[in-house]
Design a protein around this ligand. Structure first.
Ligand SMILES: *Cc1c(COP(=O)(O)O)cnc(C)c1O
Length: 334
């Protein structure tokens, strides 16, 4: 047996497990669904014939999302998390390399390595704004723009995104955290057929456990994506749950408002250390990972240019109170 060399290219994934009290490390929603909605979901799920394959392209959910966003079903593709869609997007376009702007979401690099695709990194500037990625557009398979960006939390200006789109290169705009931001750029799909916008149910919708993400793009791109996507990668239960949650957006909206309020509260407490954020987390220049862990609080430890920083997911009020208390203790001591 010979294992592909590529497997060694990934650093071993460090799983933090154990009886910590507070989990603020994965940008999940702190809110599970209310009991009534869970019951409603289970009633619906009972009716799903489990002996049958799910809808091959998840059309009922595509229709629901299209209606929710004001697009057509033909503009939407569903994936087993938006991660799955990223993996297919990397196979779709010609070109010599993908372009990313670090520090950013690790999955672009992950799938590029897996596929043996070259990667050009045009790092974000010192304020985490996009630099001149346009200069690399000509031979790019795809240019990835993450806005709000994970792990920095800031958004990129619309004008800048349009400049990149004007090159004609395929642009993937990752809007995983858009529900926590001031405004979206998804409407640009109507003007630019080289734009693919990624969204997910994992963050604001509080459904990380069911693995549903989607992309919004021109019908042409969606049709090509549907040709290369494994037909039944999304299961019938997850599809149904995502559909039902769109009917309860009022609950989600309340949770979003709560998180934004809490985010602003924590930011104010740590103005000297935290970066402005339009997501459900804050990047902080505090080397407090181990200290927090010892006190039972798990956050995200960062490396490279952001070593000495932590990324803290916004939790429930009492969790945030505890975080604030312990971080203040850290600052006093060190
Ligand atoms: C969490 C996240 C995703 C979503 O991943 P899913 O596979 O849909 O859970 C996508 N992009 C970014 C930047 C993220 O942080």
């Amino acid at each position: 047996m010979r294992i592909r060399e590529i497997v060694k290219a990934f650093e071993s994934y460090k799983v933090v497990e154990g009886s910590y009290r507070i989990w603020l490390d994965k940008n999940e929603s702190p809110f599970d669904l209310p009991e009534e909605i869970k019951n409603e979901i289970f009633e619906e799920v009972k009716r799903i014939p489990l002996n049958r394959y799910p809808h091959i392209t998840a059309d009922p959910l595509r229709e629901k999302i299209a209606e929710f966003l004001g697009f057509e079903k033909g503009n939407i593709i569903i994936g087993n998390g938006s991660d799955e869609i990223i993996s297919h997007l990397l196979k779709l376009f010609e070109g010599g390399y993908i372009v990313i702007s670090s520090p950013t979401f690790g999955m672009y690099d992950f799938f590029a390595k897996l596929e043996g695709i070259d990667l050009v990194d045009v790092p974000l500037d010192e304020r985490f704004k996009l630099q001149n990625v346009e200069n690399y557009a000509e031979n790019a398979k795809t240019i990835f723009i993450c806005s709000p960006n994970n792990p920095t939390g800031n958004t990129q200006e619309r004008e800048k995104i349009i400049n990149v789109l004007e090159t004609g290169a395929p642009v993937v705009l990752d809007e995983a955290y858009i529900e926590f931001a001031e405004s979206s750029n998804v409407d640009l799909v109507n003007e630019y057929d080289n734009l693919i916008v990624l969204r997910t149910f994992s963050k604001a919708f509080g459904l990380a456990g069911i693995r549903v993400g989607y992309a919004v793009a021109s019908e042409e791109i969606i049709n090509y994506l549907l040709r290369i996507k494994p037909p039944f990668s999304l299961n019938a239960l997850s599809m149904k749950i995502a559909e039902l949650m769109l009917d309860h957006y009022d609950v989600i909206k309340q949770n979003i408002n709560y998180i934004i309020k809490e985010r602003n509260r924590i930011y104010k407490e740590f103005k000297d250390y935290a970066y402005p954020s339009e997501a459900n987390f804050l990047l902080m220049q505090l080397n407090a990972y181990e200290f927090l862990l010892e006190k039972g609080i798990v956050v995200r430890n960062l490396s490279g240019r952001l070593s000495n920083h932590i990324r803290v997911t916004i939790g429930k009020k009492d969790e945030n109170d505890e975080l604030i208390k312990v971080l203040k203790e850290f600052i006093e001591r060190f």
